[in-house]
Ligand binder design. Structure first.
Ligand SMILES: Nc1ncnc2c1ncn2[C@@H]1O[C@H](COP(=O)(O)OP(=O)(O)OP(=O)(O)O)[C@@H](O)[C@H]1O
Ligand SMILES: [Mg+2]
Length: 730
């Protein structure tokens, strides 16, 4: 037992600020004297209760609230402070082996999680032997510190952002000089299709019959259509993917082996598809940058990739991997949450608009309505001008695609599922024509139209298929359908739909959005909110705007012009100053799996033997707790040490949990994010025969960064892990 614990008698009723102060003082003295300090359990508990809630509000250091085994405390040493307070710390890297998301590749390339499921002592012994012989092992100790850790380099001259959207994608950039002059000076590519120009291109990609990348965006769409129309082409051997981003939504199983199905059901590695798309935009962007300033090279660019706030950790890790395969190094890549990027854009846009600017302390909501998802974030401008996240990001898959799905349902209702499938499989070019026409119709200004009909392209192929299969034409089928007989009619090659029916296609998705906001507004953090910013392409939909304005009429609803570009341009702003976001709410508990000497009270099924001594395995050593406001770029560090002096590696397995205070990593709600393995073979042992590594988990808001520091040499290894977000629990 802890000596201090045994000796010190604390009257908890009397514990107050003085006592906490003295504990902090002891801690400070310890750091100054660089001698070991052992907080008593009472102090630990007291500090935990009193300080934890303040931790994110202030920059004061806190003491590790975890109750620690006495022996470990005695044997642990002070964490080495090599972290600089100022920006621009580029660290050297140690050799490291990383497996993300707990995905270890075995010799056959299959994935397996590293699990210890032993129930018997024998199994435990074998497992422990494996651990201590190979890599792994560490032990934890004291010291939870928040430090200002900036891991960025300031050597970039240009920030380049890629908005990889469900329906549309694009890129934009600005140089640091332009940004200093006017942050709104952002260059975005104007994309051309055969028929029009647009600020984003369609998220479509084409590979040839040899699986080689052919084209991206409108170019891919046009080429694919030409292939479809060419009877001599071998189009069925080509691979065409569109709107493939949604595979990453709420998909906890996405990994490097995941396959994507193309338009005709042929499979290709999802990673290959995503990295080719990013690679294309990267190359195009570089060329455009270079044309503007020939002194710019890839090494001068900080890349920003936008991701929906609702994405889970797996999806974000997957995107980082895809970017890395596309030649964007991890060090030069920043991930920006879409509604946060949009938030920066809206604030900047207001400065030059007629709208009254937000005041310090004012709370606002950003509704990013895209093609796939609607992402919602609630922010507040702090006194220092930086932004604080007030509520966990939320939303759902209620984007513009939902309206397309309603239209699909309508078509199936009229012609039948079989004819619809045949159209999709055999007459893809006609199928695409209908949906292009629907996309144009969706964008009509319904505030002007009033009454009337909406006309859609309706290729004659469908009529022919209906006559062949049903022996009835489309109008006959419509007249038999009670729902549609009075409000839809085929006139030549145009399907005429009554406006009221057409509008009803939007109803479900709009209802979901409005309903979600109503529930959100009941939460205390959101009550005194003043402004809603609507961004994303779908926010240009008049019906959605009207519904939000009507339902939340006491709030100011602002829609920046070209709202479809808010995320993209905001991502560029984010890349120039990611620290504008001061704090975010941790939506999970994060920590490291550790092993400690076995003590009374530990579950017997977790007992393992290492070097003949009993240990408790799978302990969840918490770094960041669910619900904590965590200042961005702050780190929470702990010292871990080897169990075996001959140990050559230490593996830090990063876990997340939906529980606030998980005790063990195999409890329900815990899941592995990934691991960082550090080579400690060349490290020297301390007088206790241990090698010590300081492990910091730096909360970046969009990602978690693990930095392992050799406490003797100061050398560091690092790895990024995508953060789990609460959104996918909505
Ligand atoms: N004026 C409009 N009226 C209705 N819908 C619109 C309008 N303009 C764009 N949209 C819809 O907005 C969606 C595209 O928006 P955006 O480009 O922001 O999405 P994305 O970035 O591709 O998707 P996500 O952000 O979900 O990944 C499409 O579903 C499109 O039909
Ligand atoms: Mg988007």
């Amino acid at each position: 037992m802890d000596n201090n614990d045994n000796n010190e008698k604390v009257n908890f009723k009397k514990i107050g600020a003085e006592y906490i102060q003295s504990a902090i003082k002891k801690k400070e003295d310890f750091k100054l004297s660089k001698r070991s300090y052992i907080p008593s359990k009472a102090e630990v508990r007291c500090i935990d209760e009193k300080l934890s809630p303040l931790k994110s509000e202030t920059d004061s250091e806190t003491i590790n609230p975890v109750t620690l085994p006495t022996k470990l405390l005695h044997r642990s040493s002070l964490p080495k402070r090599e972290v600089k307070k100022d920006d621009v710390t580029v660290r050297k890297k140690l050799e490291l082996t990383v497996s993300k998301n707990g995905m270890k590749q075995d010799s056959e390339g299959k994935q397996s999680n590293i699990n210890m499921s032993e129930n018997t002592k024998q199994k435990g012994r074998m497992e422990a032997q494996r651990k201590s012989d190979n890599h792994r092992k560490k032990e934890m100790k004291e010291d939870k510190i928040e430090e200002d850790v900036i891991t960025e380099t300031d050597s970039f001259l240009v920030v380049a952002a890629i908005d990889f959207g469900t329906s549309y994608s694009g890129y934009a950039f600005s140089s640091t000089n332009e940004h200093k002059k006017n942050p709104m000076l952002v260059t975005a590519k104007l994309w051309s299709s055969s028929q029009f120009k647009a600020v984003k291109t369609s998220t479509s990609i084409l590979f040839d019959d040899k699986r080689r990348f052919h084209s991206f965006g409108f170019e891919a769409e046009d080429k694919y259509l030409r292939l479809l129309e060419d009877d001599d082409s071998n189009v069925e051997e080509w691979f065409y993917f569109s709107r493939f981003k949604m595979i990453l939504y709420q998909n906890m199983n996405i990994n490097t082996n995941t396959k994507l199905k193309d338009n005709q059901g042929k499979r290709m590695s999802a990673l290959k598809v995503f990295s080719a798309a990013i690679g294309y935009m990267k190359a195009d962007l570089l060329a455009m940058c270079y044309a503007k300033d020939s002194s710019i090279g890839q090494e001068h660019i900080r890349w920003v990739l936008t991701v929906p706030a609702l994405w889970n950790d797996n999806a974000k890790t997957f995107m980082r991997e895809a970017a890395s395969r596309a030649g964007i190094s991890n060090n030069s890549l920043v991930m920006a949450l879409e509604p946060e990027a949009a938030s920066l854009y809206c604030i900047e846009w207001m400065k030059g608009s007629d709208a009254t600017e937000l005041e310090r302390g004012e709370k606002f909501l950003v509704l990013d309505a895209g093609g796939g998802t609607v992402d919602i974030a609630v922010h507040q401008i702090q006194e220092n001008g930086r932004i604080r996240e007030l509520n966990k990001a939320s939303g759902g898959d209620w984007g513009g695609i939902k309206v397309d799905q309603e239209f699909k349902k309508l078509l199936k209702d009229i012609v039948g599922t079989d004819i619809f499938s045949e159209l999709q499989k055999q007459y893809m070019s006609d199928y695409m024509d209908i949906f292009h026409s629907f996309e144009r119709a969706k964008r009509r200004d319904f505030s002007i139209v009033g009454h009337g009909k909406v006309q859609l392209t309706f290729p004659n192929t469908i009529n022919r298929l209906c006559l062949k299969t049903r022996e009835k034409d489309v109008n006959e089928l419509i007249s038999e359908n009670l729902k549609f007989k009075n409000n839809i009619r085929l006139v030549k090659d145009k399907l005429e739909i009554d406006l009221s029916l057409f509008k009803s296609l939007f109803a479900g998705a709009i209802y979901d959005i409005v309903n979600h906001l109503s529930i959100l507004f009941r939460q205390s953090q959101v009550t005194d909110l003043t402004t809603i910013f609507m961004v994303g392409g779908y926010s240009e939909c008049y019906l959605l705007q009207e519904a939000i304005r009507f339902k939340f009429n006491s709030l100011r609803v602002l829609i920046p012009p070209k709202s479809v570009l808010s995320v993209l341009k905001g991502a560029v702003l984010y890349g120039h100053s990611p620290r504008t976001f001061q704090s975010r709410i941790s939506t999970f508990t994060y920590g490291i799996e550790t092993t400690e000497p076995f003590r009374k009270g530990y579950p017997v099924d977790k007992k393992i033997f290492i070097n003949g001594k009993s240990h408790c395995d799978k302990i969840f050593c918490i770094h960041v707790k669910d619900g904590e406001h965590v200042n961005l770029g702050k780190s929470v560090s702990k010292i871990y040490k080897t169990i075996n002096p001959d140990q050559t590696h230490m593996e830090f397995i990063v876990f997340a949990s939906i529980k606030r205070s998980p005790k063990f990593t195999d409890e329900d709600g815990c899941f592995q994010l990934g691991s960082l393995t550090v080579d400690v073979s060349k490290m020297s042992c301390n007088t206790y025969g241990e090698k010590q590594i300081k492990l910091e988990l730096i909360y970046g808001g969009t990602e978690l960064e693990a930095v392992a520091t050799d406490t003797t040499t100061g050398k560091t290894s690092r790895e990024h892990f995508a953060l789990a977000r609460a959104g996918h629990r909505c």
